[in-house]
Every structure is written in structure tokens, then in C-alpha cells.
Ligand binder design. Structure first.
Ligand SMILES: Cc1ncc(C[n+]2csc(CCOP(=O)(O)OP(=O)(O)O)c2C)c(N)n1
Ligand SMILES: CC(=O)[C@@H](O)[C@H](O)COP(=O)(O)O
Ligand SMILES: [Mg+2]
Length: 634
């Protein structure tokens, strides 16, 4: 029996002999690699925190102490140590373990995240709550990566935490020098100076030796540690930064030396005030294919071959088309620059960066800054293209509204992973943008239905110079191309029908709308299909088209509340066109993780389901169909 099998609860881990911990770490790594090779997932980040997570659970008493993982993508080891090793094979599968902390899964999971840079704020609040309730024995512990530490919220939290010297709150900076790519910016340079210096090994030894000697209680202990640190301070300037913020600093600690991490955490815990423990780890540690993976150390690989490290081929995707197109646009337009929030490769901007290295800005995990910095670039005479995942744009709503749109600035935002993404669960689905973007005055919003339209609409978007434009597309493989049979204003007519139903197909929903139309035809219901291409502003031609039909059905891969369907209904109301409008989209709830296609099927976004629902709707409204109910069941 392996050691991991004996750990049903963190308490069991505390009883494992120190000499057995390297064996446990090796077991965990094997399980991480063999599982993620099959399921895909966040391998590199988790391989890097094996010893750190073991040490955390040996030192703290979860769930009485609260262990928080920023972003949450590196919580697999935590899951394994909190009674979920037996279920680990179900990772990221429908009904199985989530790829992030999940409150439904375990009392040891406190927050459900995946959006970076929030954990310190949660920890701040928890520590304040413990204090106010007199629960003085409890400690809030947050692990945050060097990447997540580039996010503005983390610094807002640090500022507050530094203001409350009485709160027992431990911030573990898991510094592996990388987000996906190497982490950028002044903070990253500070940290990397510390890591890269030739005297780093010497420093680790010095800290380790001194940690071994100091007593394990209270502030006097910290003063001893402080003395150690002051000694280091002479050698390394960068750590002064945290001290200058007023936060106690312990480190740097070799994050793969479990006893050293444990010792540092015990001392930090004993201090009973806010402490930063700076831990140096290697992303992908212990699996050579991850460690040597230049692009992102297997940050989140597809399923892969364990021996060769070769990932399952990714299909030609929307991201690839955007990537190619950006290089072309860059050649034609010297004023076009691009911004990524620490996701150069996943957003497809790497090719642009290679072609035009002076025109790419990686701003770190800082979507708010990305948008307002884009506004500045636009004020300076450039046309920025900001590429982010749709769900992360939520962060920067106010910046897009007030800093870009109010100033009518030419900024193009490109939203990848729009609509249902699936495997990453509720926080990753890009189901908010179609609703929140409808609120922004002067913003133009394009939704391409296929690769041809993505090229077309991206070109049209960067040509807009009097306000922001957005292009959004989903995760994964490109759909089949659907050619227009005509044009209605700016809209593409995909299928001409008689005046029964007008299907408004929002971008990639065109495919299922065409399927539905064919099925409806077989039921004797004629459907016209239009793709508006621009869902904001909506084309006036839609009013005329709608008034010529008995029912309008809008189909979108966004939340139903406030989305395109609602915009169409409002437009028709305002024009006094009295045609019923049905909206089909993502129900306004948090969707559990599952495969994207499975979720789309479950929520009725398939040709067959649409046809069924529209048939029912028509039947409810049409006297003809009511008189001939048999037609409904054909
Ligand atoms: C707000 C937000 N923007 C972007 C991302 C995408 N993202 C996920 S993990 C990651 C890098 C995280 O780096 P770090 O915090 O250093 O953790 P590591 O993976 O290196 O352990 C990024 C950019 C995100 N999760 N949240
Ligand atoms: C944690 C995070 O935000 C990313 O790592 C994300 O999970 C990647 O998603 P994709 O696999 O769709 O690029
Ligand atoms: Mg990192």
C-alpha cells in the first residue's frame, strides 16, 4: 500500500514520518502525471507545489485554518491530501472532481476561483472575521503565484494586510518565475534577480541554517528571523520591497525542500501577524517533459503521451485564425499594437509578437490595466488590440466603459473562449460578455460564425476609429463554413424562408440554426436564417425582417439575461413591431464542468432541440397548427 492511500485527511499526513515524505511526494507526482496525461489539466503548476502543499497541511490545521489557493489551478495536490485521491481519476470529467477548488467537494475548499489575484483579499477578510469573532487560534493562509501577484487586486490586498499588523495571515509567494511564459514587469525582475543571483544557493543555506536554530514561538522568534533576513538584505536588495510595504518577510525558501518549507511555515504561523513566505519552486518539477517545455512548462496540456511528452494534436482553432490574421493586419497597419494579459500563446498573439516585437505588450495578469493602458496607446495615436479570454474581460468592465468608450477610443478587444468552455467549470464559461457589452454606449460588437467571418469582422473592427470594437469567438475547433445566400443590410442571409420563423443566429450558432431550419422544414415550418454579424449595434434591417415573420427566435452562446435576444426584443418593441421573440442561450446559472458539447446538448443548444422548442412555440401560437396537432409530432 502506498503512503498516499493512507491519507484520508490532513491529520493522517501529520502522522507520516518525515523520512517517508520524499516517497509520498514521488507518489503524488506519479499520480499527477498519469492522471493529467489522460484528462488534460494543470500539470506544471501542480508538479511545482507538491512539497509546498505537503508542508502546508502538516503545519496548519485545515479546515480550522483556512488554506486558499490563488487562481486555484494548483490545488490538485491539496485535493489529494484532503481525501480525494481515490476520486482523482475523475478529474475534470462530468460528475467528477473539478479542476479547481470546489466547496461542494470538500470542507477543505474554501473558495471557488480560477480568476487570478483574489486569494489575498479573501484571506484579509477571513483574518478580520476570525479576529472579530475572537477565534484567535485560526490562521488564514494564501498561496499566490508570482504571476497572480502581478494582478492589481493582489496589491490592493497587500496594502490592506500591511495595515493590520495584528492579524495572523500568511501569504506564501510561490515564485516559479513564470505565469504561462516568464512573468514580466518590475516585480518579476525583483523576484528573478533574487532567484538568479549566483549567491542564491548560499542564501538558501543561510536561511535554512538559521531557521533550524531559532525557537518556535511568537514575535521574539520573528525578530530572530528578522535578523536572518537583515543579513540577507545586505546580499539581496529585492526582498526589501515587501519589507518596505510593512510586511514581515521570510525567505527565500527552496520550495522543493519540504523540511525547509515546513520550518519556515511553522515560524510564520507562530508569529501571529501578517508574514510573507517567499518560496522558490520550479514549474513542472520532477517530470522532465514539463520542466523542459519552453512555452509554458505544461501549464495546461491536452492529454499527452507520458513517455514522449507529446500532446494530443489540437484542432485548427479560432485562435489560430485570429493569430494568422493579426500578423497580416500588423503588416498592413503599423499603428496596430497588441496587448496580452500574461497569455501570449493561449490567445494566439505569439506570432504577432514574433513578427513585430516592438508592438506587443504583455502587461501581466492585469486586465484592468490592459484596457486603460490600451486607452493610453489609443490616445497616443495607435490602435491597440487587446486579446483576453471572454470571462476575464469581466475584470475590466469599468475600464472599457469609462476609460475607452467614454473617450470614444479606437481599441479592439478580442475575446477568445467566449460561450461555453466546459472543462474548466463555472468561472471559465464566457457567458457574460454578450450581456455586459450591450450596456456600453458607442461600442461595436461582432460575432463571427466561422473562420471566413472572423477574418472579415476582425478587419472591420480594427477599421473602426471612433470607439471600441469587440470580436468574440468560442473555444476550440472551427465550425464548417456557411456561405450567405444574400444580404439584409449588414446582415448575412443564410437561408431564405416563408414568413413562419425568423432565426437570428448569433455567430457560431449559425450551424445549429441551419440544422434546426432543415428539421423545421420537415415539420412544415419554414424558417429564414440570418446572421447579424454585428450584434451591437443591431442592423435596422432586422426590424423589417422580423415584421415579415410570425415568430423570431434568437440563438446565442451567451447568458440569456440581457444578451442579444433581449436586445432584439427591445429593438422590435421600440419599433412597435409586435412579433413574439424567443431567446435561446445559456441559462443564467453557474454551470458545472463537463465537455463543451455535452453542456450545449444539456442546455438545448443543438439543432434538434431548437427545432423541437420552436415547433412547440409555433404550435402554441399558430391556429393552423393547433387545428392539425399531428403536424407537431411528425
Ligand atoms: C484574471 C485572470 N486572468 C488570466 C488568467 C489566466 N491564467 C491562469 S493561470 C495564469 C498564470 C498564473 O501564474 P502564477 O500565478 O505564477 O501560477 P503558476 O501557474 O506559475 O503556478 C494565467 C495568466 C486567470 N486565471 N485569471
Ligand atoms: C487557470 C486558467 O485560467 C487557465 O490556465 C485556463 O484553465 C486555461 O484554459 P484553456 O485550456 O482553455 O486555455
Ligand atoms: Mg508562477
Amino acid at each position: 500500500m502506498g503512503i498516499l492511500e493512507t491519507i484520508k485527511d490532513p491529520l493522517d499526513l501529520k502522522n507520516v514520518a518525515a523520512g517517508d515524505l520524499p516517497g509520498l511526494a514521488a507518489e503524488i507526482r506519479d499520480l499527477l502525471v498519469s492522471t493529467v496525461a489522460r484528462t488534460g489539466g494543470h500539470l506544471g503548476p501542480n508538479l511545482g507545489v507538491v512539497e509546498l502543499t505537503i508542508a502546508m497541511h502538516r503545519v496548519f490545521d485545515s479546515p480550522r485554518d483556512r488554506l486558499l489557493f490563488d487562481t486555484g489551478h494548483q490545488a490538485y495536490v491539496h485535493k489529494l491530501l484532503t481525501g480525494r485521491a481515490g476520486d482523482f481519476a475523475t478529474l475534470r470529467q462530468e460528475g467528477g472532481l473539478s479542476g479547481y477548488p470546489s466547496r461542494a467537494e470538500s470542507e477543505h475548499d474554501v473558495i471557488e476561483n480560477s480568476h487570478a489575484s483574489t486569494a489575498l483579499s479573501y484571506a484579509d477578510g477571513l483574518a478580520k472575521a476570525f479576529a472579530l469573532r475572537g477565534e484567535t487560534d485560526r490562521t488564514a493562509v494564501a498561496v499566490i503565484g508570482d504571476g497572480a501577484l502581478t494582478g492589481g487586486m493582489a496589491w490592493e490586498a497587500l496594502n490592506n494586510i500591511a495595515g493590520r499588523k495584528d492579524l495572523p495571515l500568511i501569504i506564501i509567494v510561490n515564485d516559479n518565475g513564470r505565469s504561462y511564459s516568464p512573468t514580466i514587469g518590475g516585480l518579476a525582475s525583483h523576484l528573478s534577480t533574487l532567484r538568479m543571483t549566483q549567491r542564491y544557493e548560499q542564501a538558501l543555506e543561510l536561511v535554512k541554517d538559521n531557521l533550524g536554530r531559532v525557537p518556535v514561538i511568537g514575535p521574539p522568534l520573528y525578530e530572530t528571523l528578522h535578523g536572518v533576513k537583515k543579513g540577507l538584505k545586505d546580499i539581496f536588495a529585492p526582498q526589501v520591497m515587501f519589507e518596505d510595504l510593512g510586511l514581515k518577510y521570510v525567505g527565500p525558501i527552496d520550495g522543493h525542500d519540504e523540511p525547509a518549507v515546513e520550518a519556515a511555515l511553522r515560524r510564520a504561523k507562530a508569529y501571529r501577524g501578517p508574514v510573507i513566505v517567499h518560496v522558490i519552486t520550479h514549474k513542472g518539477h520532477g517530470y522532465a517533459h514539463a520542466e523542459n517545455h519552453d512555452e509554458d512548462c505544461f501549464h495546461s496540456p491536452q492529454p499527452f503521451d507520458i513517455v514522449t511528452g507529446e500532446e494530443r494534436a489540437r484542432p485548427h482553432s479560432w485562435t489560430n485564425v485570429f493569430s494568422e490574421e493579426m500578423v497580416k493586419i500588423g503588416a498592413q497597419r503599423e499603428d496596430v499594437v497588441a496587448i496580452t494579459a500574461a497569455m501570449l500563446h493561449p490567445t494566439g498573439l505569439a506570432a504577432f509578437a514574433e513578427a513585430y516585437p516592438s508592438r506587443i505588450y504583455d502587461v501581466g495578469i492585469a486586465e484592468q490595466h490592459a484596457l486603460t493602458s490600451a486607452a493610453g496607446l489609443a490616445l497616443g495615436g495607435l490602435h491597440p488590440v487587446v486579446a483576453v479570454y471572454a470571462t476575464f474581460l469581466n475584470r475590466a468592465f469599468d475600464q472599457l466603459l469609462m476609460d475607452v468608450a467614454l473617450h470614444r477610443l479606437p481599441v479592439t478587444v478580442v475575446l477568445d473562449r467566449a460561450g461555453v468552455t466546459g472543462d474548466d467549470g463555472p468561472s471559465h464559461n464566457g457567458m457574460w460578455d454578450l450581456s455586459i457589452l450591450q450596456l456600453i454606449p458607442g461600442l461595436s460588437l461582432a460575432v463571427p460564425r466561422d473562420a471566413v467571418r472572423l477574418r472579415e469582422l476582425l478587419a472591420e473592427s480594427v477599421a473602426i476609429e471612433d470607439g471600441p470594437s469587440v470580436v468574440r469567438f468560442p473555444k476550440g475547433a472551427l465550425p464548417r463554413e456557411i456561405e450567405a445566400v444574400g444580404r439584409l443590410g449588414e446582415m448575412d442571409l443564410l437561408r431564405a424562408g416563408d414568413p413562419d420563423v425568423l432565426l437570428v443566429a448569433v455567430g457560431p450558432m449559425a450551424e445549429i440554426c441551419m440544422d434546426a431550419a432543415a428539421l423545421l422544414d420537415a415539420q412544415g415550418i419554414s424558417a429564414t436564417v440570418v446572421d447579424p454579424r454585428w450584434v451591437k449595434p443591431l442592423d435596422e434591417a432586422l426590424v423589417l425582417a422580423a415584421s415579415a415573420h410570425k415568430l423570431v427566435a434568437v440563438v446565442e452562446d451567451g447568458g440569456r439575461v440581457g444578451g442579444v435576444g433581449d436586445a432584439v426584443a427591445r429593438m422590435l418593441r421600440d419599433a412597435d413591431v409586435d412579433v413574439p421573440v424567443r431567446t435561446f442561450g445559456i441559462p443564467q446559472r453557474f454551470l458545472d464542468h463537463a465537455k463543451r458539447q455535452k453542456i450545449l446538448t444539456d442546455i438545448g443548444l443543438t439543432g434538434q432541440d431548437l427545432a423541437r422548442q420552436i415547433t412547440e412555440a409555433v404550435a402554441r401560437r399558430s391556429p393552423v397548427l393547433e387545428r392539425h396537432p399531428a403536424r407537431q409530432t411528425q
